[in-house]
Design a binder for this molecule. Structure first.
Ligand SMILES: [Zn+2]
Length: 270
């Protein structure tokens, strides 16, 4: 191949890479805030966690769908890792890994705000909950569940599966609460809670997610107390908390940062 040929190949490769990088793969959605925040918050409160602890766990759960763990090209790798979009045996492995990670970080004596275990546990719950909505989709790591749109992420889409998801979350939350020395004396009425959340958002939509305000009302009346708004955590693709200013609102800078992540950091995944 002549020098010109090599230059042409190099130019084509560069063009292809640039095009690939410019594809802004949309973040995959998961169960909406009614599940990841309000249901999780309610179950944590019912298992004895304080309002502050519950808020941290549920906010970390919800924030997995935010920046960091679902951006850019990393989306293709992070879908299986954080959103249950893999085959069951791999999701099992991942679930076990995130559970062990939360246990290793649990610090029952720490003040809630400095307890990394609560955040890691929230991230674990995100995967555990997403599995129920995502696991059965063909080639899910590649394109998520686009042919069902947002519908699969509504509690009302498959009520039986939603109840099973909540029951499993509850058993993990009770187990984590016992590590914190909390007693699980409150009987949780899952039928009432899930039924209420489904009635608050009864019609799954292809195009939009369920209403957080409606879900919040259900949980407030269930608990008989007000529910704080979620906090927003920004995570790296490895799930560590990073400063929220990582993507400053300067389009060119954000774009260059995305390119950097896509080409140089993808191999750093575990
Ligand atoms: Zn998710």
């Amino acid at each position: 191949m002549g020098r010109r040929g090599i230059t042409a190949v190099a130019a084509s490769a560069l063009l292809a890479l640039t095009l690939l990088a410019s594809v802004q793969v949309p973040a995959v959605q998961a169960f909406s805030a009614d599940t990841h925040y309000y249901l999780t918050y309610c179950l944590c409160r019912s298992c004895g966690f304080s309002a502050e602890q519950s808020r941290i766990i549920a906010s970390a759960d919800l924030s997995v769908d935010g920046g960091g763990t679902d951006t850019g090209f990393l989306y293709l790798l992070n879908n299986p890792l954080w959103h249950g979009l893999s085959v069951p045996p791999l999701n099992d492995l991942r679930e076990g890994c995130l559970w062990d990670r939360a246990l290793a970080r649990a610090a029952p004596q720490s003040p809630a705000g400095s307890d990394a275990g609560l955040i890691a546990f929230g991230q674990f719950l995100h995967l555990q909950q997403d599995r129920h909505a995502h696991e059965s989709y063909f080639l899910a790591p590649v394109w998520g569940h686009f042919y069902d749109g947002y519908m699969t992420d509504w509690l009302a889409f498959r009520p039986g599966s939603s109840r099973a998801m909540a029951e499993e979350s509850l058993s993990y939350i009770a187990a984590f609460a016992s590590i914190y020395g909390l007693s699980n004396s409150t009987e949780v009425s899952l039928d009432l809670l899930i039924g209420g959340l489904i009635s608050a958002n009864p019609s799954p939509s292809f195009w939009s997610t369920s209403s957080s305000a409606a879900a919040s009302g259900v949980v407030e009346s269930y608990l008989g107390e007000s529910v704080p708004a979620p906090m927003v955590f920004a995570f790296s693709h490895q799930g560590e908390v990073v400063p929220p200013s990582r993507y400053p609102p300067i389009p060119l800078f954000s774009y260059l940062q995305l390119l950097y992540e896509q080409f140089l950091l993808w191999h750093a995944l575990w």
